[in-house]
Design a protein around this ligand. Structure first.
Ligand code: MF3
Ligand code: CO
Length: 256
Protein backbone atom coordinates (compact mmCIF):
# COMPACT_ATOMS: atom_id res chain seq x y z
CA UNK A 1 0.00 0.00 0.00
CA UNK A 2 1.33 3.42 -0.93
CA UNK A 3 0.80 5.95 1.85
CA UNK A 4 -0.04 9.56 1.03
CA UNK A 5 1.27 11.78 3.82
CA UNK A 6 -0.89 14.41 5.46
CA UNK A 7 0.36 17.95 6.02
CA UNK A 8 1.36 17.10 9.57
CA UNK A 9 3.07 13.89 8.52
CA UNK A 10 5.01 15.81 5.88
CA UNK A 11 6.31 18.15 8.58
CA UNK A 12 7.53 15.13 10.56
CA UNK A 13 9.16 13.72 7.43
CA UNK A 14 10.90 17.06 6.87
CA UNK A 15 12.31 16.95 10.40
CA UNK A 16 13.65 13.40 10.13
CA UNK A 17 15.14 14.14 6.73
CA UNK A 18 16.78 17.35 7.93
CA UNK A 19 18.75 15.35 10.50
CA UNK A 20 20.19 13.23 7.69
CA UNK A 21 21.05 16.37 5.70
CA UNK A 22 22.89 17.85 8.69
CA UNK A 23 24.67 14.54 9.25
CA UNK A 24 26.09 14.39 5.72
CA UNK A 25 27.11 18.02 5.79
CA UNK A 26 29.21 17.18 8.87
CA UNK A 27 30.51 13.80 7.67
CA UNK A 28 31.77 15.30 4.44
CA UNK A 29 34.06 17.55 6.50
CA UNK A 30 35.01 14.76 8.93
CA UNK A 31 35.89 11.79 6.74
CA UNK A 32 39.67 11.36 6.55
CA UNK A 33 42.20 8.68 5.61
CA UNK A 34 43.23 6.63 8.66
CA UNK A 35 39.78 6.58 10.25
CA UNK A 36 38.00 3.29 10.69
CA UNK A 37 34.47 2.85 9.40
CA UNK A 38 33.49 2.16 13.01
CA UNK A 39 34.72 5.63 14.07
CA UNK A 40 32.77 7.23 11.25
CA UNK A 41 29.66 5.31 12.30
CA UNK A 42 30.06 6.49 15.92
CA UNK A 43 30.25 10.10 14.73
CA UNK A 44 27.15 9.66 12.57
CA UNK A 45 25.17 8.18 15.46
CA UNK A 46 26.22 11.04 17.75
CA UNK A 47 25.07 13.66 15.23
CA UNK A 48 21.73 11.88 14.89
CA UNK A 49 21.14 11.72 18.63
CA UNK A 50 22.21 15.36 19.11
CA UNK A 51 19.46 16.23 16.66
CA UNK A 52 16.73 14.28 18.41
CA UNK A 53 16.76 11.25 16.12
CA UNK A 54 17.65 7.62 16.54
CA UNK A 55 19.49 5.45 14.02
CA UNK A 56 16.80 3.38 12.32
CA UNK A 57 19.25 0.95 10.73
CA UNK A 58 20.53 -0.22 14.12
CA UNK A 59 18.65 -3.40 14.97
CA UNK A 60 16.94 -3.49 11.58
CA UNK A 61 16.13 -7.04 10.54
CA UNK A 62 16.52 -8.23 6.96
CA UNK A 63 13.93 -10.89 7.73
CA UNK A 64 16.32 -13.58 6.51
CA UNK A 65 16.70 -16.48 8.94
CA UNK A 66 20.12 -16.74 10.55
CA UNK A 67 21.17 -13.18 9.69
CA UNK A 68 21.60 -11.08 12.85
CA UNK A 69 19.92 -7.65 13.02
CA UNK A 70 21.95 -4.84 11.47
CA UNK A 71 24.48 -3.76 14.13
CA UNK A 72 25.24 -0.13 13.25
CA UNK A 73 23.80 3.33 12.60
CA UNK A 74 25.16 3.50 9.06
CA UNK A 75 26.10 1.28 6.16
CA UNK A 76 29.62 2.13 4.98
CA UNK A 77 30.72 0.53 1.72
CA UNK A 78 34.21 1.06 0.37
CA UNK A 79 35.36 0.75 -3.28
CA UNK A 80 34.01 -2.57 -4.67
CA UNK A 81 31.52 -2.82 -1.80
CA UNK A 82 28.22 -1.62 -3.23
CA UNK A 83 25.89 -1.30 -0.24
CA UNK A 84 25.30 -2.51 3.33
CA UNK A 85 28.99 -2.54 4.34
CA UNK A 86 29.08 -3.14 8.10
CA UNK A 87 31.22 -0.62 10.06
CA UNK A 88 34.24 -2.25 11.67
CA UNK A 89 37.16 -1.30 13.92
CA UNK A 90 39.37 -3.23 11.50
CA UNK A 91 38.33 -1.34 8.39
CA UNK A 92 40.51 1.66 7.70
CA UNK A 93 39.61 4.34 5.20
CA UNK A 94 42.52 5.08 2.86
CA UNK A 95 43.47 7.98 0.62
CA UNK A 96 41.61 7.68 -2.71
CA UNK A 97 38.91 5.34 -1.39
CA UNK A 98 35.35 5.68 -2.65
CA UNK A 99 33.26 5.54 0.53
CA UNK A 100 29.47 5.19 0.32
CA UNK A 101 27.55 5.99 3.47
CA UNK A 102 23.84 5.13 3.76
CA UNK A 103 21.83 5.99 6.84
CA UNK A 104 18.28 6.41 8.10
CA UNK A 105 17.21 8.77 10.91
CA UNK A 106 14.02 8.06 12.83
CA UNK A 107 12.42 11.11 14.47
CA UNK A 108 8.88 11.52 15.78
CA UNK A 109 8.02 8.16 14.26
CA UNK A 110 9.12 9.03 10.72
CA UNK A 111 12.16 7.97 8.70
CA UNK A 112 14.56 10.00 6.57
CA UNK A 113 16.87 8.01 4.28
CA UNK A 114 19.82 9.18 2.21
CA UNK A 115 23.18 7.97 0.91
CA UNK A 116 26.29 9.78 -0.26
CA UNK A 117 29.52 8.59 -1.85
CA UNK A 118 32.64 10.45 -0.75
CA UNK A 119 36.02 10.26 -2.43
CA UNK A 120 38.57 10.49 0.35
CA UNK A 121 41.60 12.70 -0.23
CA UNK A 122 43.07 12.68 -3.71
CA UNK A 123 40.62 11.41 -6.30
CA UNK A 124 41.16 9.85 -9.71
CA UNK A 125 39.32 11.07 -12.82
CA UNK A 126 37.57 7.72 -13.12
CA UNK A 127 36.28 7.61 -9.53
CA UNK A 128 35.09 11.20 -9.86
CA UNK A 129 33.18 10.30 -12.99
CA UNK A 130 31.56 7.29 -11.31
CA UNK A 131 30.46 9.36 -8.32
CA UNK A 132 29.17 12.21 -10.50
CA UNK A 133 27.23 9.88 -12.81
CA UNK A 134 25.61 8.19 -9.79
CA UNK A 135 24.48 11.53 -8.39
CA UNK A 136 23.29 12.71 -11.79
CA UNK A 137 21.34 9.45 -12.22
CA UNK A 138 19.27 10.49 -9.18
CA UNK A 139 18.56 13.86 -10.81
CA UNK A 140 17.72 12.24 -14.15
CA UNK A 141 15.24 10.00 -12.32
CA UNK A 142 13.48 12.71 -10.35
CA UNK A 143 12.75 14.70 -13.51
CA UNK A 144 9.77 12.30 -13.63
CA UNK A 145 8.94 12.43 -9.91
CA UNK A 146 5.78 14.44 -10.37
CA UNK A 147 2.09 13.98 -11.10
CA UNK A 148 1.41 12.77 -14.63
CA UNK A 149 4.21 10.20 -14.52
CA UNK A 150 4.59 6.69 -13.16
CA UNK A 151 7.27 5.02 -11.04
CA UNK A 152 8.57 3.23 -14.14
CA UNK A 153 9.41 6.60 -15.68
CA UNK A 154 11.84 7.31 -12.82
CA UNK A 155 13.32 3.80 -13.10
CA UNK A 156 13.69 4.02 -16.86
CA UNK A 157 15.38 7.43 -16.75
CA UNK A 158 17.92 6.24 -14.17
CA UNK A 159 18.68 2.99 -15.99
CA UNK A 160 19.06 4.56 -19.43
CA UNK A 161 21.25 7.39 -18.19
CA UNK A 162 23.61 5.03 -16.34
CA UNK A 163 23.84 2.75 -19.37
CA UNK A 164 24.56 5.73 -21.64
CA UNK A 165 27.55 6.52 -19.41
CA UNK A 166 28.98 3.01 -19.77
CA UNK A 167 28.14 1.86 -16.24
CA UNK A 168 25.66 -0.69 -14.79
CA UNK A 169 22.89 -0.42 -12.23
CA UNK A 170 22.32 -2.97 -9.47
CA UNK A 171 19.15 -4.91 -10.19
CA UNK A 172 18.62 -6.75 -6.89
CA UNK A 173 18.12 -3.65 -4.73
CA UNK A 174 15.89 -0.67 -5.29
CA UNK A 175 14.51 2.62 -4.01
CA UNK A 176 11.27 2.65 -2.05
CA UNK A 177 8.48 4.58 -0.46
CA UNK A 178 9.29 5.79 3.05
CA UNK A 179 7.43 7.15 6.06
CA UNK A 180 6.57 5.48 9.34
CA UNK A 181 8.34 2.47 7.85
CA UNK A 182 11.85 2.63 6.40
CA UNK A 183 10.68 0.61 3.41
CA UNK A 184 7.18 1.24 2.12
CA UNK A 185 5.55 0.74 -1.26
CA UNK A 186 6.23 1.39 -4.04
CA UNK A 187 9.54 -0.27 -4.90
CA UNK A 188 11.57 1.94 -7.24
CA UNK A 189 13.98 -0.12 -9.36
CA UNK A 190 16.90 1.62 -11.02
CA UNK A 191 15.94 0.24 -14.42
CA UNK A 192 12.69 -0.57 -16.15
CA UNK A 193 10.03 0.41 -18.63
CA UNK A 194 8.74 3.95 -18.97
CA UNK A 195 5.00 4.37 -18.48
CA UNK A 196 4.68 1.37 -16.15
CA UNK A 197 4.06 1.06 -12.42
CA UNK A 198 2.04 3.11 -9.94
CA UNK A 199 1.04 6.68 -10.73
CA UNK A 200 2.96 9.36 -8.90
CA UNK A 201 0.78 11.52 -6.63
CA UNK A 202 1.34 14.53 -4.36
CA UNK A 203 2.01 13.55 -0.75
CA UNK A 204 4.07 10.48 -1.60
CA UNK A 205 7.49 10.39 0.03
CA UNK A 206 10.03 8.33 -1.88
CA UNK A 207 13.65 7.28 -1.44
CA UNK A 208 15.27 7.30 -4.89
CA UNK A 209 18.66 5.61 -4.81
CA UNK A 210 20.77 4.71 -7.82
CA UNK A 211 23.45 2.09 -7.06
CA UNK A 212 25.96 2.18 -9.88
CA UNK A 213 28.77 -0.20 -10.79
CA UNK A 214 31.71 0.73 -12.99
CA UNK A 215 31.82 -2.73 -14.55
CA UNK A 216 29.22 -5.49 -14.84
CA UNK A 217 26.02 -5.35 -12.78
CA UNK A 218 26.58 -8.71 -11.05
CA UNK A 219 26.88 -8.64 -7.27
CA UNK A 220 27.78 -11.04 -4.45
CA UNK A 221 26.80 -11.12 -0.80
CA UNK A 222 29.47 -11.66 1.83
CA UNK A 223 29.18 -14.22 4.63
CA UNK A 224 28.17 -11.53 7.14
CA UNK A 225 24.75 -11.63 5.47
CA UNK A 226 24.86 -7.89 4.72
CA UNK A 227 27.79 -6.61 2.67
CA UNK A 228 27.16 -6.54 -1.08
CA UNK A 229 30.20 -6.42 -3.37
CA UNK A 230 30.67 -6.28 -7.12
CA UNK A 231 31.43 -9.66 -8.66
CA UNK A 232 34.06 -8.27 -11.04
CA UNK A 233 35.82 -6.25 -8.33
CA UNK A 234 35.06 -2.94 -10.03
CA UNK A 235 34.11 0.16 -8.06
CA UNK A 236 30.57 1.08 -7.03
CA UNK A 237 28.79 4.23 -5.87
CA UNK A 238 25.45 5.05 -4.23
CA UNK A 239 23.46 8.26 -4.06
CA UNK A 240 20.08 8.61 -2.39
CA UNK A 241 17.66 11.22 -1.17
CA UNK A 242 14.19 11.14 0.31
CA UNK A 243 11.91 13.32 -1.79
CA UNK A 244 8.39 14.67 -1.42
CA UNK A 245 6.05 14.61 -4.41
CA UNK A 246 4.21 17.92 -4.83
CA UNK A 247 1.91 19.34 -7.52
CA UNK A 248 5.03 20.61 -9.31
CA UNK A 249 8.73 19.75 -8.86
CA UNK A 250 9.66 17.27 -6.13
CA UNK A 251 11.15 18.62 -2.94
CA UNK A 252 14.41 16.99 -1.88
CA UNK A 253 14.01 16.60 1.87
CA UNK A 254 17.47 15.25 2.74
CA UNK A 255 19.41 18.25 1.44
CA UNK A 256 20.11 21.37 3.53
N1 MF3 B 1 19.23 2.65 4.11
C1 MF3 B 1 19.06 1.48 3.26
C2 MF3 B 1 18.14 1.88 2.14
O1 MF3 B 1 18.49 2.76 1.43
C3 MF3 B 1 18.67 0.29 4.02
C4 MF3 B 1 19.77 -0.19 4.85
S1 MF3 B 1 19.50 -1.76 5.38
C5 MF3 B 1 19.98 -1.70 7.01
O2 MF3 B 1 17.06 1.40 1.94
F1 MF3 B 1 19.97 -2.88 7.45
F2 MF3 B 1 21.14 -1.17 7.12
F3 MF3 B 1 19.15 -0.95 7.65
CO1 CO C 1 16.76 3.68 0.91
Amino acid sequence: MITIKSKREIEYMREACKVVAILYDKLEKTIKPGMTTWELDQIAEKIMRENGAIPAEKGYSSGIKGVPPYPAATCISINDEVIHGVPSKKKYIKEGDIVSVDTVALKNGFNGDAARTFIVGKSSKESERLVNVTKQAFYEGIKYAKPGYRIGDISHAIGEYVKSQGYSVVKEFQGHGIGREMHEDPGIPNYGKAGKGPRIEPGMTLAVEPMVIQGKSNILELDDGWTIITEDGSMAAHYENTILITEKEPEILTLL
